[in-house]
Design a protein around this ligand. Structure first.
Ligand SMILES: Nc1ncnc2c1ncn2[C@@H]1O[C@H](COP(=O)(O)OP(=O)(O)O)[C@@H](O)[C@H]1O
Ligand SMILES: [Mg+2]
Length: 274
């Protein structure tokens, strides 16, 4: 309620990528640093194609995700989950409505400004990993930081720290085709978390993982959100959605239900629980 005197980031000026701004320095993971939501979707629609081929992938989505929050998105195949994530990450353009990241309307940005937001503020875990085959694990993870202008040495150091955090430092010098699917997915997650991104978007990040590794990945997303990021994660697994603060359900491009994430068993119709 009371603004504790922290600044508001109204302008799209990206923060200086000071490597000293490490997340360990966050004094308390629970305090909300700013009242501006990290992600806000306003009446968001996305229409593909035209005429008889028209597909309404999203029909007027409203969603606000604040610092510290992890939101799970569930829904049947084709309901618009991936479309929601790509729009939130500035990887696709809305047909109408707005996407605001830390108060900045992505639709108001030039292509270059949008690219900066994607690199500096958004970590994205793709459904199919999208690791670059010709780069090793540590090179894949350090690439976004190098694109930010961080020196190769510093980027490599950060990437190794991110791989260590996810328990994968031993595959640092392997290429994607020398890793298991689960290892590739975790490298993709390390790439999304490196560099203190405030918005982490993950499309079925646990799809290729055994349940134990899946829990590890969720714990990482959860702790990043607890440290002040906002997360949106698509998942089919109620077990993983249980890590979220809220679960939203999509059907045919609309939010049909929303519930607290305090154990998704409570969201299911009672006959489905047994
Ligand atoms: N590039 C595209 N061109 C045409 N239709 C698309 C495109 N991308 C997604 N769609 C359609 O939009 C709807 C939502 O897709 P998607 O967001 O991928 O759903 P989900 O991730 O929930 O499975 C689907 O009907 C899908 O076929
Ligand atoms: Mg999808």
């Amino acid at each position: 309620m009371a603004d504790t005197g922290r600044h508001h980031t109204d302008a799209p000026a990206p923060p200086a990528p000071a490597s000293s701004a490490r997340r360990e320095e966050t004094p308390s993971g629970t305090e909300k640093p700013d009242s501006t939501p990290i992600l806000e979707l306003r009446s968001l629609t996305r229409v593909h194609g035209s005429g008889v081929a028209t597909v309404h992938a999203l029909r007027g989505i409203n969603l606000t995700v604040g610092a510290g929050e992890l939101v799970a998105v569930m829904g049947p195949s084709g309901s618009g989950k991936s479309t929601l994530l790509t729009l939130a990450g500035g990887l696709d353009t809305a047909t109408s409505g707005q996407v605001l990241v830390e108060g900045v309307d992505l639709g108001s940005l030039s292509r270059a400004e949008l690219a900066r937001v994607r690199r500096n503020r958004v970590g994205y875990v793709f459904q199919d990993y999208n690791l670059i085959p010709a780069l090793t694990a540590v090179e894949n993870v350090s690439l976004p930081r190098e694109l930010d202008g961080v020196s190769s040495r510093a980027a490599r150091r950060e990437a190794l720290a991110a791989l260590e955090e996810i328990g994968l430092v031993e595959v640092a010098d392997r290429f994607p085709d020398e890793m298991s699917g689960g290892q590739q997915q975790r490298v993709a997650i390390a790439r999304a978390l490196v560099g203190d991104r405030r918005l982490v978007l993950a499309d079925e990040p646990t799809g290729a993982l055994d349940s134990e590794t899946g829990e590890t990945v969720l714990a990482l997303l959860r702790s990043r959100c607890d440290a002040g990021a906002a997360g949106v994660m698509v998942t089919h697994e109620p077990r993983f959605a249980a890590w979220a603060d809220r679960v939203i359900f999509l059907r045919d491009g609309s939010v049909v239900d929303e519930a607290a994430g305090s154990g998704p068993e409570s969201l299911l119709p009672t006959e489905a629980v047994r």
